[in-house]
Design a protein around this ligand. Sequence first.
Ligand SMILES: [Zn+2]
Length: 207
Amino acid sequence: MAKLIYFYSAMKGGKSSILISIAYNLEENQQRVLVVKPSIDTKGDDTIISRAGAGRKVDFCIDKEESFFSDENFSKIFNSEVIIIDEAQFLTKNQVEELWIISKKLNTQVMGFGLRANFKGQLFEGSQRFFELADEISELPVIPSCKCGKKALFNARMVNGKYTMAGEECVIDGSQSEITYEPLCGECYLSKVVLPENKMYFKRFHQ
Ligand SMILES: [Zn+2]
């Protein structure tokens, strides 16, 4: 029986290169692979690019309002044996439910690759539904590290070089400020991002 699997890491966890090599290996073994990406992620348009420079074209992008069960999408899904989702945290909970149904009813393996939590330290809508429904949840073997050397689990947002917990989950390109992300371990995320934003916590732990 096919599984719904979620592979997660913090940012810079090598997701793209693992995804590209899994798709390549499956196709080499004559499996019909479909690579899908939520259209909210605009940075690489319709190509997934790893930091090492490997690339893989996406078979289709899916909008927030769109269903995997639409006539057009479903015919592609029906003809594939493995579905791989890039940036799977950006799927809606309905879309993850559809993938779960597809894995069970069509016996199609579905692998989502995504982040665990957003810059506020909370699950994304898509990652939450994967955690609830997936047959297997697995942390990627390439684990990003925090500057202190520990394993990074959080993605801190920096606006003009300063940590922040404010703002929308997804910042659309064209914003005036420079927004970057930094993978941090739990302890550094707490000390650098969470405590400075909360006077009560800060008072207790920073004399
Ligand atoms: Zn750290």
